[in-house]
Each structure stands twice: as C-alpha cells, then as structure tokens.
Design a protein around this ligand. Structure first.
Ligand code: FPP
Ligand code: MG
Ligand code: MG
Length: 324
C-alpha cells in the first residue's frame, strides 16, 4: 500500500496548516501587481515537501518552535524564487501544469518577482536574528545557482561523466533538501554534529529525489509513455550516461549525433529511449537511487525514534515511490 502526503503529514498536520497561513501572509505586498502574482503562486503550489522535511526533522531533533516556522518559510521563499527564475532560464511556459510567471507576465516581471521573494526571506531571517538559519539557506541558494551554471556549461558538451552528473544534482536539487533538514535540526537548538548529520541525510534524499525525477523522463506505470523532454533539451541524466558508457564506439557516436542534431524529432528521441532501456540504463539508475535511499534511511536510524522519525522514513520512501 502506498502512503499519501496527507498520511505522512499526520504528526505535523497542525503545523503545516499554520505554516501555510503564515506563508500566505509573508507573500503579501502593497504593490498590486506583486500581490496578484504571489496569490497566483500560492494557489498553484506543489506538495510542500520541503517544509515537511523541515518540520519533521525539527520534531525528530526536539521541540518545534517559532524558529522552525521561520526556517520553513525561508526555505519555501527561496525555493519558490528559484522556480520562478528557473522558468525564465529554461524559457519554460509551464509549471505544474499551469502557465509560468514568465509566460503570463514576461521575463522582466518574473525576474523581479523572484528577487522580491528572495529578499522577503532575507528580511524574515535578519529581522529575527536567525543568523544560523540564514547561513544554511544562503549556502544552499549559492549551490543552486552554481549547479544551474554547471548544468549550462556541461549541456554544451555531451561527454558528461557520472561524477559530473552527481555534482550537478547535488548542487541543483540535493543542496536545498539538505538545507531543509539542517534548518529543522538547527531550529530546535541541537549541536553542530547533529545539524551536520541531518544535512547529510537530506543530501542523500535529495540525490535520490533527482534520480527519480530523471527516471520519469523514461515513463512510469501511470503515464505509460516516455516523455523524452530531457533528451530533447540535451540534458544528460544517469540512465543515458550509463548506457553511453557501455556502448561500443560506433553506437555511442550514433546516439550522440542524434542528441546533438536530431533531438527535436520524436522518432529519434524514441530511438534514444529504446537504446537506454535496452542497455539496462533504467535498472542501473534505479539501483543507484535505491542505494542512496538505503543510506539515508540508515542515517535516520541514528536519530531518536519517534512518530516524527517514522513519518520521515515514510517521506523518504515517498520521494522515490511517487508517480509525479
Ligand atoms: C528546477 O530544475 C530548478 C532548480 C533546480 C533551481 C534553479 C535555480 C536557479 C535558477 C537559481 C535561483 C536563484 C535565486 C536567487 C533564488 P529543472 O529546470 O531541472 O526542473 P523543472 O523546471 O522541471 O522543475
Ligand atoms: Mg526548469
Ligand atoms: Mg532548470
């Protein structure tokens, strides 16, 4: 039986509700255009996985308090800012099945909205002397930006190694989930070692989360049909990197040529997908993902047992079982 987000949230249901209220309040602005856009964002928000990591890890390490709420808000503001900017960077007109901010209001507005959300986060931290939380989150946002730039740099060269792939996903995805867990632990005042353990746990979960995301490109039982969007965008992910490394010289050159020159043709994208599937790329990436999850669950076992910890174990499992 697979658990829903609502099941997993049970021990922090009250906190998540209150957090959402606080978060809506934080996004308010006197500038009508901004207010209109932030309302649009709040209405179309995702599953709130990141605040869940913050609250659950705080509960695992101690007593959830006002700092935990501020940490969760800081993370969610930066995360939202990064997605608004990401759609500008990727020239994407959609986010979670709705029009993106840049699609509706143009790039210049989207860039400024992202800046606004980021500074709301900075203010929240500075006004409340949350120096430690701010340090953790700032480090993560810096890594997000570096990861994005590394990805752009490498997209031009199709010979990316597994090591580079892991570095990109560690920076662009895992750093923020790591920060969620570190912020949760830090907010309840545990020592540095425990905050660091929480961070490493989050990083492993984040890497597994992104491998799962990359596997979606090859289809799921629910969707049935592969997407191939990453291939179209020349994004080299683990299943493909593995398959290319295994292939002989001629086969490798043929596939690289398709990605380089013909990746806008659906038939050709299907050819790359079949190549990856026939080479065992899906199994290989799934195994790598499961390994990270096993390591994360083991790290979590070193924390004191509680209903929060049980939920966190479930949340880790959910990140790789989810169907979207
Ligand atoms: C989604 O990735 C987005 C990110 C991993 C983060 C992007 C970060 C930035 C653009 C820098 C943010 C800077 C500040 C100041 C907040 P994706 O494009 O691989 O996936 P998606 O579009 O499908 O979600
Ligand atoms: Mg994107
Ligand atoms: Mg992107």
């Amino acid at each position: 039986m697979s658990l829903t987000v609502a099941d997993i949230q049970a021990p922090i249901a009250v906190e998540m509700e209150l957090f959402e209220q606080k978060f809506r309040g934080l996004m308010k602005s006197d500038v009508m255009l901004l207010d209109q856009i932030t309302k649009y964002i709040v209405k179309r928000k995702g599953k709130q996985l990141r605040p869940m990591f913050v609250f659950l890890m705080a509960g695992v390490c101690g007593q959830i308090n006002e700092s935990t709420y501020r940490g969760a808000s800081l993370i969610e503001l930066c995360h939202t800012a990064s997605l608004v900017h990401d759609d500008v960077v990727d020239e994407s007109n959609y986010r979670r099945g709705f029009f993106s901010i840049n699609a509706l209001w143009k790039n210049k507005v989207a860039v400024l909205v992202g800046d606004y959300l980021l500074t709301r986060g900075l203010f929240l931290a500075v006004d409340n002397n949350e120096h430690d939380l701010l340090r953790i989150v700032t480090m993560a946002v810096r890594e997000l930006s570096e990861g994005e730039l590394l990805q752009i740099e490498k997209a031009r060269r199709l010979d990316i190694t597994e090591a580079v792939y892991y570095e990109i996903i560690r920076q662009k995805t895992a750093s923020l989930i790591a920060a969620c867990c570190a912020v949760g632990a830090q907010s309840v005042g545990v020592d540095k070692t425990m905050v660091e353990q929480a961070r490493i746990f989050g990083e492993k979960v984040g890497i597994a989360f992104q491998i799962k995301d990359d596997l979606f490109d090859y289809g799921t039982a629910e969707v049935g049909k592969p997407l191939g969007i990453d291939i179209k965008e020349k994004k080299m992910t683990l299943p493909l990197i593995y398959a290319l490394n295994k292939a002989g010289f001629l086969e490798k050159r043929r596939i690289i040529n398709i990605i380089k020159n013909e990746s806008e043709k659906p038939k050709k994208v299907d050819e790359v997908i079949s190549f990856v599937k026939n080479s065992g790329g899906i199994e290989y990436a799934t195994q790598a993902m499961n390994q990270y999850v096993t390591e994360a669950q083991a790290l979590l076992n070193a924390f004191p047992d509680s209903t929060y910890r049980q939920s966190l174990h479930q949340l880790v499992q959910y990140t790789i079982d989810r169907s979207k």
